[in-house]
Design a protein around this ligand. Structure first.
Ligand code: IDP
Ligand code: MG
Length: 138
């Protein structure tokens, strides 16, 4: 079955929404294979979001992602990558569909509580960024 990487972002942890987010994710049929709490440093956050280096929001994004602990998770489901993007909703919660995680809980386009991989290729890379193969219990 397919895997994707999710991160409960620092705003999710700070606002004590982790339980609600995990409950939502599990209720949509995802299995949590791995989960841990980490605090990214600047080089780690810059490496994870390297694709956005040229964007005007890059520096703010790095400050946000290093502002406190976050919770990366490996999730398993059929079509995990596309299904997960569906249930989290659009990047900007104002544009996210009703019933999506970001619509329900996110404050704004930056502090949008959760990350989800955008392709199977990136999911593989992003999972490897946080979890060695030996930690992935399937
Ligand atoms: P995604 O998380 O929905 O895949 P991306 O475009 O990959 O969205 O952007 C990565 C993250 O950068 C977003 O989740 C959000 O935290 C932040 N971000 C994206 N666009 C903006 C913006 O226009 N202003 C501020 N932050 C943004
Ligand atoms: Mg993205």
């Amino acid at each position: 079955m397919d895997l994707t990487l999710a991160i409960l972002k620092p705003d999710c942890v700070r606002r004590k929404l982790t339980g609600k987010a995990i409950d939502f994710i599990e209720s949509k049929g995802f299995k949590t294979l791995c989960m841990k709490k980490v605090k990214l440093d600047r080089p780690q956050a810059e490496a994870f979001y390297a694709v956005h280096k040229s964007k005007n929001f890059f520096n703010d994004l790095i400050l946000f992602m290093t502002s406190g602990p976050c919770i990366p998770m490996v999730l398993q489901k059929e079509e995990a990558v596309t299904e997960f993007r569906e249930i989290i909703g659009a990047t900007d919660p104002k544009k996210a569909k009703e019933g999506t995680l970001r619509k329900l809980y996110a404050d704004n386009v930056q502090e949008n509580i959760i990350h989800g991989s955008d392709s199977m290729e990136n999911a593989k890379k992003e999972i490897a960024f946080f979890f060695p193969l030996t930690e992935i219990i399937s």
